[in-house]
Design a binder for this molecule. Structure first.
Ligand SMILES: C[S@@+](CC[C@H](N)C(=O)[O-])C[C@H]1O[C@@H](n2cnc3c(N)ncnc32)[C@H](O)[C@@H]1O
Length: 196
């Protein structure tokens, strides 16, 4: 049983990302011995209009734009945090966080973005549109940017998992989580993990 009161869980609540609902116990277990990583990329910045529902489930009244970027910045004190999104009004450029445009459904857009960010990532998270075709394209475009030993996580993947996994060119595993906030039959959250 994963602890729900890890340092990362506390940072998620502090910064208001909905990763605190199910994912941060898993992320902490995955990353707690890698706190000195240097380069992190997250696809999907987040803004209040789309996040208010899940943030309310956390018992919080407001969402801070780019919440998870601030969480990662504090959790990884030596890391540059890169963010990609197709809504420039969400961009965060402060501290060690830099944001760049990318349309998750467009291969040319990935190439333009990665010309700027470069590679050498230790951790890449896909928390963008959650559309399966975009999740598949993102693995194609972003997994090659991982360092050896790097980790890729796509959040909110949907069943059938074996069909999704068969469309991805890298060995992957699925982790499922119980969603206590949703009714029976819809109460599973899942991530896809690729280790380079
Ligand atoms: C769930 S929010 C990210 C939440 C944030 N990572 C957090 O945990 O606080 C999803 C983000 O993906 C972006 N997004 C959705 N569709 C996209 C697309 N096709 N291309 C690029 N970004 C997209 C949205 O603009 C939004 O900012």
């Amino acid at each position: 049983m994963l602890s729900r009161s890890t340092e990362l869980c506390k940072l998620a609540s502090k910064w208001t990302t909905d990763k605190a609902l199910f994912y941060t116990p898993f992320y902490h277990e995955l990353l707690k011995d890698r706190r000195n990583i240097k380069k992190v990329l997250e696809f999907g910045i987040g803004y209040p209009e789309i996040m208010h529902g899940s943030v309310a489930r956390l018992g919080l009244t407001g969402y801070i734009t780019g919440a998870s970027l601030f969480m990662w910045q504090e959790y990884f004190p030596e890391a540059q945090i890169f963010a990609l999104d197709n809504r420039p009004e969400t961009f965060i450029n402060e501290g060690r966080i830099q944001s760049f445009y990318c349309d998750q459904g467009n291969e040319d857009s990935f190439n333009a973005a990665t010309n700027i960010t470069g590679g050498g990532f230790d951790l890449i998270i896909d928390d963008g549109s959650h559309i399966p075709e975009h999740q598949i394209l993102s693995t194609k475009m972003l997994v090659p940017l991982l360092n050896e030993g790097g980790i890729y996580v796509a959040e909110d993947v949907n069943e059938p998992f074996d069909v999704l996994q068969s469309k991805i060119s890298f060995p992957s595993e699925i982790k499922t989580f119980y969603r206590s906030d949703l009714p029976e039959g819809q109460n599973t959250a899942a991530v896809l993990v690729i280790r380079k």
